[in-house]
Design a protein around this ligand. Structure first.
Ligand SMILES: Cc1cc2nc3c(=O)[nH]c(=O)nc-3n(C[C@H](O)[C@H](O)[C@H](O)COP(=O)(O)O)c2cc1C
Length: 348
């Protein structure tokens, strides 16, 4: 039985697998479509809370959208017990290639309720999730874990070995501990983990551009490299662009969007290094799609943008995720740094 994700890792024509990270609010269908146009081989959904996903069809529709081209795709769940993780995974598995358990989220609410990085202290729950689900899913679907490292390299290796023994298909290692924010990524630890397990390892943390991704792949030997913050600013990262190519802005405008808030937010990130400060402030504070499209057409000499997106969000449809606090108190974005700081405090 072929497995499209493991086939990627085994593909000798790929030096390494280029991966777009799970990002709450941001790694949704539209952005996944965009990064796939720029050499990204594998995408993760944002973390979806397994317990809510099981309970409510409304949550299911709100939190997860996909289409036939959106593959290979890994759906990430936040869960604090195997029953929820298994039930949610069984519901979603026909629509994706694998499911992932979040063992890295360092937010206070997650730690308090036993989610994310809290699971690092409870490997039995991680192993239970993996081994029980492995017995239920067909072999062409992967089960993976995304984790942060522990304070001690040896303990980190030991944890990864235990998860491997439980039957995980691959792991993603963010080379910072749950308490570290912008600290340097521990390359040695990720290399040690990669040398100590026989499953594919995806490197994560601090990737700046393609050359950096190649360096981290060469240094650690990891089969995959994942980016979050930098790919948010530059969807062309894995195709070798240092900044967002204008073609990516054009492609973003051509993608069908349903929500002005996300449509605009992504552009704010993408344009950060393309606009001078004065223009950034004007652009970041635009309030409807017509103005956004017109601004970009003029600034970047983009022609023939589909008119459908001009009407998008005439009335702002900003619906902050059901499960997460809004990161902006109002619709005004003075500087991208404001946003990034808020995001960093949440996740990095
Ligand atoms: C906006 C944003 C949202 C994130 N959401 C998630 C998430 O849903 N699940 C997860 O495992 N990590 C999440 N993260 C963490 C990233 O996946 C990644 O592990 C971390 O940012 C380090 O990678 P980077 O240095 O390339 O940003 C998020 C990060 C950011 C910036």
């Amino acid at each position: 039985m072929t497995n499209s994700v493991l086939d990627l890792f085994n593909n000798e024509n790929l030096a390494f697998v280029k991966v777009c990270a799970p990002m709450v609010r941001y790694s949704k269908l539209q952005y996944r479509k965009l990064v796939r146009m720029y050499d990204c081989n594998l995408c993760f959904t944002p973390m979806i809370m397994a317990d809510s996903y099981i309970k409510s069809p409304k949550a299911r529709n709100h939190e997860f959208q996909t289409d036939d081209e959106d593959r290979p795709l890994i759906v990430q769940f936040g869960a604090n017990n195997s029953t929820d993780f298994i039930s949610a995974s069984e519901l979603i598995i026909p629509h994706c290639d694998g499911v992932d358990l979040n063992c890295g989220c360092p937010q206070k609410w997650a730690l308090q309720d036993g989610y994310g990085a809290h699971l690092l202290k409870n490997p039995e729950i991680i192993k239970d999730c993996v081994s029980q689900l492995r017995n239920r899913l067909p072999l062409n679907k992967t089960i993976s874990v995304k984790l942060r490292i522990l304070n001690n390299n040896r303990e980190s290796v030991d944890l990864c070995r235990q998860i491997e023994a439980a039957g995980v298909s691959f792991i993603t290692v963010h080379g910072r501990t749950p308490l570290q924010k912008k600290d340097p990524v521990n390359l040695e630890c990720i290399k040690l983990i990669n040398d100590s397990v026989n499953i594919p390892v995806i490197f994560n943390g601090g990737i700046k551009n393609l050359s950096d991704a190649i360096f981290k792949h060469n240094f650690t030997g990891c089969r995959g490299v994942m980016s979050a913050t930098s790919i948010l600013h530059n969807p062309g990262l894995f195709a070798g662009y240092d900044f967002t190519p204008v073609s990516a802005i054009e492609n973003w405008l051509k993608i069908q969007h349903t929500n002005f808030f996300w449509f605009h937010h992504h552009l704010v990130f993408m344009c950060e290094h393309l606009l001078i400060k004065k223009d950034r402030i004007i652009f970041n504070n635009l309030k409807n799609a017509n103005d956004v499209v017109s601004f970009l057409e003029e600034k970047f000499d983009i022609k023939n943008v589909l008119s459908s997106n001009r009407t998008l969000g005439k009335k702002l449809s900003a619906t902050p995720g059901t499960y997460y606090q809004s990161i902006t108190s109002n619709e005004s974005i003075q500087e991208t740094a404001d946003l990034v700081d808020e995001l960093s405090s949440l996740f990095c």
